[in-house]
Every structure is written in structure tokens, then in C-alpha cells.
Design a protein around this ligand. Structure first.
Ligand code: MTE
Ligand code: MOS
Length: 798
């Protein structure tokens, strides 16, 4: 009986919560005034005029300089290490080896498997073997060169499939298979038996570097009370703090992490600041002096994480009309030397599990099977990079859909029309998409703007000399908002002052994506004041509530909700005060543009600041706090079935390319990119995200690759590691559709990563459409395109 009541009580509470959630974040009836506007970015002027100080610009006065001795071997035992010569060099203050790490000698965003200083062995070229702090950078560098290490080289592994062989040398004690995950929906054997056409293909993608322009930098500054203050550009101050406190062996409250302006992150600065943060903190701890550590470009490339390379085997079964009935995939996902953000963080966090979940694409397929292996190798390590496992698998499924269309002789847009998610569709994990599903709208809007039907017919030679061919391609995509683990909660504090000005405290960072503009917009909207009334405080773990990391395109949505809750808490008290002052019932009051007025008699009003001042004078609450977490994620480890993420963003890209049939050169000449974003909080900033994201996707398709030879990176400099310039990027036409997300601030969902995901396969599909050859192993640089043409021969004239 008691149980029954308890159960009923629980159901009641859940239902009520669910109902509240659906209404909580809606726009006010009078409409939005600050959110939804293309206001100028709060950081625009400082950045455009070069006034904003980045880490490298900070004064070095009083700092020691930290340097890392790196392994020249991909895999080796450390036989001995001699620090004496380095220690005796004048100007050197500390030279540290593994035993000098005061706490845990390991860090990592998910698993602490990377040594702060390697003790017994090294696992990739660049692994840290000793740390030096000296009075100048030059002395520190010389000291590094004076350290003598004897290594015993071990056989190394450079392919995830080799890593799984029984006789493979073990890179870590627990073996080379870091994660094996599976997804099972329906019965694939039955599905393939029903299929009228079956195709099998393998696609491969290399390591990619983020190529953020600002090099990594950190400053560790011991405080008089024994606290360690660590400053630097970073996406995840709380993850950095969690690692530093363990490495120093002190409680969490003895470490303070402050984020400073960041010159691009793209996922890479989710974990590189952990690395140099821990190392600089250990040096500062030993010397008792502030230590600055800055990496040069070579070191950034050597040391920091990359986008995971993958080998993806796909088998697809379809009916003659293009309906997909079965999908089978195998992913060999290369982790490299350390776990970083690769492994699963239950139930559905980590880039590997995300790749598995996304692999079948945004298509409703009754029978699905995916096996995903994540293996250590002796290469640099894979981490987060704009899309977190999704860009790779989109390259597989989107090309596969086009190859299927070709096999069936159907227009590729029609195969997508047959299978694309719609409201009520069930994903490969069995999640029923019950709201905010605008995928098909993006397809139709894109097709219309691009004039797909006409242009699909008009491909072929464009010049009289018959050397250049035009082609068009489609890429479709889906992406989550959130990270799929319990660590997804966001907290925000809003302080209103007596003059009506406001401080907003969040732990979400700005890396160029615009969070320092859209978050204050949401705060101002909710309080009924102007954007310039809100000042956002730089994230500082001593001052802001835990917000989780700035990843997974989660900031606007999750933090936006937390801010709305915080703002409402303090607004309640201000409105109560206004109600007393105006003698108008609370429920009739509206706050807008710094005024609080009676809805039934708008002339009856007071200023927001008058009510705030009165609250201050009478001791009425002026601080609000809000916490928001998405509905709990789920994923069965055996079947991969569940609801891993609470909402998805959808997109369709269409692109035109011209391929030089003699040289294999590709020119991207036109681009339309359509998105269902839920609600655009700042439409102009959103367009910026689309343009930047598409440019990144273009780089992945045509030119980017971390070239490796026996574990050594061949292109350490940006002169050799090519990324697109403005000359490579066409005019991009963004189309923004708004299919309301019930769980987002005014209906918004994430957009930061999405634009770069379908861009890559859209370009690859256009290349194949233009020249007949298909590049299944990236990048599609002129050489690979040339050989693909030679292999397949020119397409027949239509
Ligand atoms: N845009 C710029 N200009 N610079 C960046 O570093 N990072 C991307 C994306 N857009 C990035 C960017 C990545 S990897 C993520 S996860 C999102 O921004 C995070 O921001 P959001 O949560 O505000 O979307
Ligand atoms: Mo973005 S890859 O989630 O930092």
C-alpha cells in the first residue's frame, strides 16, 4: 500500500515536472525584445580593434617559464633519466621527474590515464618525460636539452585493427581495446533478407588538427593562502580544476581556475588546458613561484588532441524504391596514446559512443547493427573536435546514401525524402522523436533555394576544352544538444544591483561562438532590461556555479534555461516590490525595456531600477540562482537502445563544385546550408557559426590531414597543415528554420557544431557527381581525386 502511494506520488511529480518543463521557457506573450535580435556581439569591438588581451599578451613579470621534455619515440621504456646537468644550469629553478608529482600522476577528461610526467614508459612522440621551470624561456629550453634519457624502444602500433590482435604489444596495462560498444535494433539478418539491393563500402578519415590560431598558454600562480590559481584559455574550467586538485593531492577548494579570453577552441581546448594546467601547477607547487607555460605552434601540434581517425565499414540494404531496410556498421576508432574524450562516460557521453549512435544517420531504418571499437595506438590522441565523432560517421552514411541512389538510379534527394526522420520517427537507438524535428523542412528549403532539380540535371562539362566538370551534392545531418551524461547540469547566478545593473555569473566560456552575447541577451530578456545593463563575469571556479564544460553545443540551450530560472527568481522579488509600489496586483505586471508596468494600464509604471533600489533598501532578495539539467539520458550497454540526448538539431547542405579532370583540383563554387535551430537567439551570430562551420567542413573534405610516418607528425606547422582560406570558401547562403524545442530557452537548440558536419560529405558527393570518381579515404586532395577519376573513368554523358 505504502509502495503504491509512493509510486503514485512519484508519477504525479514526474508528470508535473514534465508539464512545467514544456511551458517554462516559452517566449512571453508580448513577444521577445532582446533575445531573437541580431545585436552586436559584446566582444566585437575589443576583438576587432585588437584591444582584447589573450594569454600570450599577459605580462611575464615575476613568472618562471615552464617547458616539457618530450619523448622522441612512439613507444619505449624509460631506462634511466639524468637531470643533473639541467639542474646545474644557472637560471634553472626546478627540474622534475615522475616521482616529484605530489598527488595522482595522471590526468584526463574522462579517465586519468595520461601521466603528468612519464615514469616507466612513453606512448607517443611528444609524451612528457620531465618538466623544467627557469627564469627565462630560453634557459628552460636549454635545460630541457641537457636532460639525458635512456630509452628502450618497444614495437609500436599505428592501426586500431592491429591494436586488437592477440599478440599486439600492450600500450596500457589493461590492454589496447579501450571501449567496445554495440547498437542493436530489430534484426539485421531479416532486414538484409528483405533487401532488394545491398551495398558494402569502407570509408576512412585521418587525424585532424583544430588549428586554432591562439597557441595554448597557462599561468599557475600560488596564492598566499595556499590556493593554486590557474589561468588560461579553456573550454572546461571545472574539468581542469578537477584534474589539478587530484594531481596536487589537495581538496577541490584549494584550486581556483580562471578562464581568460580564448582565441578559438573547436573542442581542442576542452582537454589541452588540463595537460598544461596540471604541469604548470606542479611546477608552481614545487617552486612556490608563478609559472607560465606557453606552447609554440610545433608543440601545439605535437602535444594536443586531434579529431579521431576512423575506418568505417558500412553495409546497407534497401528496396528498389530507395527505402532503407537494414544498416550494418563497424567502426574502428583510433584513440591514440591516451583516453582523452574518447571512452564512454555512461550512459552516452564520450566521442566514441556518440559516433556509434549517429552512424546510421538521420534516417528511420527498422534493422540496425553497429559495432564500435575504440583502440589505443602509439599515435597522438583523439579528443573533441567540433562534432565529437559525428563528422566522421556522417562522411560514411551520407556517401553511402549517394552510392545507393546511384546504384538504384534514383535522384539522391529522393532517397533522402524516403528515409529522413520526421516527427514520430524512431532513431537507431529506438528514441522516438516527439518534438522539434525539422529535418525534412531543411531538405525542402535547401532544395528550393539551391534549385536542386534543375541543377542536378545540368551537371557535366562547363568549358569548351572539356577539362572541367560541374557537379552537385547533398549532405544531411543531425546533432545532439547536450553531452549525454549526468554531468550535464548548468548553474547560473544573477545579481541585480541598486541601480538596476546586473552581473551574470556562469561557467560557460567564449571561444568565438558568441556565448558572451547570447547568454546576456537571454538574461536581459527575462529580466525586462537592456543588453547593456548586463555584465557577464569571466568564468572563475571560485565565483560561478558549476556549469559543466562548454561543449556539445549545449551552452545556449542548457545555460540559457539556467539563466531564465535564475532571472525569474530575482525578478519575482522585484515584481513583488513593484506591485507594492504601484498598487497593482503582481500577475498584471510586465517587465520590459527597463520598465515595470501594469498590462491593463501601461501608463502606470516604474523603472526596473527603482524597484531594485527599494529591494536593496528594504533587504529584499536581489540574487537569483538557477540550475537546469536535461531529462536524464539513457542507453542500454548491451543493445544501445535508449534516449541518449534530449533534443537534436537538423540540417541539409547542398553544394556545387567544379572538378578539373586533368589535375583533380576541386573548386567549391556554391553552397546553401539549411538548419532547424529551434529558435535563433542572435540570427547574425548564428550565421557566423554557419559560415565558420561550413569552412571547417570544407577543409576536412579537401585538404586537412595530420600526416604521420612511424608515429611522427610530418606537418607540424600551419605552413604544411593546410586549412581553407577565404579564397577557398564560396559564398555560403544560410537558411535558418525554427521548429520550436519545448525544452530550450524560447525554443532554441544547439548550433555550434552542426554546420561543419554535413558540409564534408556534401562536397564529397558533389565531387563524385561531377567527375564520376569517389574518394573514400580523405582528404579529397587533387592527387586522390585524380586517381579516383582514373579508377572509375569519366561518367557517361547524360
Ligand atoms: N565557433 C568559434 N568561432 N570558435 C570555436 O572554437 N567551437 C565549436 C562551436 N563553434 C567554436 C565555435 C564547438 S566544438 C562547440 S562544442 C561549440 O561552439 C560550443 O559552443 P556553444 O555551446 O555555445 O554552441
Ligand atoms: Mo565541441 S567538440 O563539443 O567542444
Amino acid at each position: 500500500m505504502g509502495n503504491e502511494i509512493e509510486k503514485k506520488e512519484k508519477t504525479r511529480v514526474l508528470t508535473k515536472e514534465k508539464l512545467d518543463l514544456q511551458q517554462l521557457f516559452k517566449a512571453p506573450e508580448v513577444g521577445l525584445s532582446v533575445a531573437g535580435q541580431s545585436v552586436t556581439r559584446t566582444d566585437a569591438l575589443q576583438k576587432a580593434t585588437g584591444k582584447l588581451m589573450f594569454g600570450a599578451d599577459y605580462s611575464q613579470e615575476g613568472f618562471l617559464h615552464g617547458k616539457i621534455l618530450r619523448s622522441p619515440h612512439p613507444h619505449a621504456l624509460i631506462r634511466s633519466i639524468d637531470l643533473d646537468k639541467a639542474k646545474n644550469l644557472p637560471g634553472v629553478v626546478a627540474v622534475l621527474e615522475a616521482k616529484d608529482v605530489p598527488g595522482r600522476n595522471g590526468f584526463g577528461a574522462i579517465i586519468p590515464d595520461q601521466p603528468v610526467i612519464c615514469g616507466d614508459k612513453v606512448r607517443f612522440v611528444g609524451d612528457g618525460v620531465a618538466l623544467v621551470a627557469a627564469e627565462t624561456e630560453e634557459i628552460a629550453q636549454r635545460a630541457v636539452e641537457l636532460i639525458h634519457v635512456e630509452y628502450e624502444a618497444l614495437p609500436a602500433i599505428f592501426d586500431p585493427r592491429d591494436a586488437m590482435k592477440e599478440d599486439a604489444p600492450k600500450i596500457h596495462e589493461k590492454g589496447n581495446l579501450l571501449s567496445y560498444n554495440k547498437l542493436r535494433k530489430g534484426d539485421v539478418d531479416k532486414g538484409f533478407a528483405e533487401a532488394e539491393v545491398i551495398l558494402e563500402r569502407t570509408y576512412q578519415v585521418p587525424f585532424l588538427d583544430h588549428a586554432y590560431i591562439e597557441p595554448d598558454v597557462t599561468m599557475a600562480i600560488p596564492q598566499p593562502d595556499g590556493t593554486m590559481l590557474v589561468e588560461g584559455p579553456m573550454q572546461a574550467p571545472f574539468t581542469v580544476r578537477r584534474n589539478i586538485n587530484a594531481v596536487l593531492g589537495v581538496p577541490v577548494n584549494k584550486v581556483r581556475v580562471r578562464q581568460i579570453p580564448m582565441g578559438g577552441g573547436f573542442g581542442g581546448k576542452e582537454d589541452s588546458p588540463i595537460d598544461i594546467g596540471c604541469r604548470a601547477a606542479v611546477l608552481a607547487h614545487h617552486t612556490g613561484r608563478p609559472v607560465r607555460m606557453i606552447l609554440d605552434r610545433e608543440e601545439v601540434t605535437l602535444q594536443t588532441c586531434k579529431r579521431h581517425p576512423m575506418i568505417m565499414e558500412v553495409k546497407i540494404g534497401a528496396k528498389k524504391d530507395g527505402r532503407i531496410v537494414a544498416f550494418e556498421g563497424v567502426i574502428y576508432d583510433e584513440q591514440g596514446a591516451y583516453a582523452s574524450l574518447g571512452p564512454i562516460l555512461p550512459p552516452a557521453g564520450g566521442s566514441h559512443i556518440h559516433a556509434m549512435i549517429m552512424m546510421p544517420g538521420p534516417y528511420e531504418i527498422p534493422h540496425v547493427k553497429v559495432d564500435a571499437y575504440l583502440c589505443y595506438t602509439n599515435h597522438p590522441y583523439g579528443g573533441a573536435m567540433r562534432g565529437f565523432g559525428a563528422p566522421q560517421v556522417h562522411i560514411a552514411h551520407e556517401q553511402m546514401i549517394d552510392e545507393l541512389a546511384q546504384e538504384l538510379g534514383i535522384n539522391p534527394i529522393d532517397v533522402r525524402r524516403k528515409n529522413a526522420f520526421k516527427l514520430g520517427s524512431s532513431t537507431a537507438t529506438g528514441q522516438v522523436l516527439d518534438q522539434s524535428v525539422g529535418l525534412r523542412d531543411t531538405l525542402e528549403a535547401c532544395a528550393k533555394a539551391f534549385d536542386w532539380d534543375r541543377r542536378y540535371k545540368e551537371t557535366g562539362y562547363v568549358d569548351e576544352g572539356r577539362t572541367k566538370r560541374r557537379g552537385v551534392g547533398i549532405g544531411m545531418g543531425w546533432y545532439r544538444t547536450s553531452i549525454g551524461t549526468s554531468g550535464d547540469a548548468c548553474g547560473a547566478n544573477v545579481y541585480v544591483h541598486e541601480d538596476g545593473s546586473v552581473l551574470l555569473f556562469t561557467g560557460i566560456t567564449e571561444m568565438g561562438q558568441g556565448s558572451f552575447t547570447v547568454l546576456p541577451q537571454i538574461c536581459a530578456e527575462e529580466l525586462g532590461i537592456r543588453l547593456e545593463d548586463v555584465r557577464l563575469v569571466q568564468p572563475d571556479t571560485d565565483m560561478v556555479p558549476e556549469s559543466g564544460p562548454t561543449v556539445g553545443s549545449r551552452s545556449t540551450t542548457l545555460m540559457g534555461n539556467a539563466i531564465i530560472l535564475a532571472a525569474r527568481e530575482v525578478k519575482q522579488s522585484i515584481l513583488e516590490m513593484a506591485s507594492e509600489m504601484l498598487l497593482v496586483p503582481l500577475e498584471r505586471l510586465e517587465a520590459r525595456d527597463r520598465k515595470i508596468y501594469d498590462r491593463e494600464n501601461p501608463n502606470k509604471s516604474i523603472l526596473f531600477r527603482e524597484a531594485a533600489a527599494r529591494c536593496m533598501a528594504t533587504g529584499k532578495r536581489l540574487i537569483g540562482q538557477g540550475w537546469w539539467a536535461p531529462p536524464p539520458p539513457s542507453l542500454d550497454p548491451e543493445t544501445g537502445q535508449g534516449n541518449p540526448y534530449f533534443v537534436y538539431t537538423y540540417s541539409t547542405h547542398m553544394v556545387e563544385v567544379i572538378v578539373d579532370m586533368e589535375t583533380g583540383e576541386v573548386d567549391v563554387t556554391d553552397f546553401v546550408a539549411a538548419f532547424d535551430v529551434g529558435k535563433a537567439i542572435n540570427p547574425k551570430a548564428l550565421e557566423g557559426q554557419i559560415e565558420g562551420g561550413v569552412a571547417m567542413g570544407l577543409g576536412y573534405a579537401l585538404m586537412e590531414e595530420v600526416a604521420l610516418k612511424e608515429g611522427h607528425i610530418q606537418n607540424l606547422h600551419l605552413g604544411d597543415y593546410l586549412i581553407p582560406t577565404s579564397l577557398d570558401v564560396p559564398d555560403i547562403k544560410p537558411l535558418v528554420l525554427e521548429v520550436e524545442n519545448k525544452y530550450g530557452p524560447y525554443g532554441a537548440k544547439g548550433i555550434g557544431e552542426m554546420p561543419n558536419i554535413p558540409a564534408t560529405p556534401a562536397i564529397l558527393n558533389a565531387i563524385a557527381n561531377a567527375c564520376g570518381g569517389r574518394v573514400r579515404s580523405l582528404p579529397a586532395d587533387p592527387e586522390r581525386v585524380y586517381w579516383a577519376i582514373k579508377e572509375t573513368g569519366e561518367p557517361p554523358e547524360k
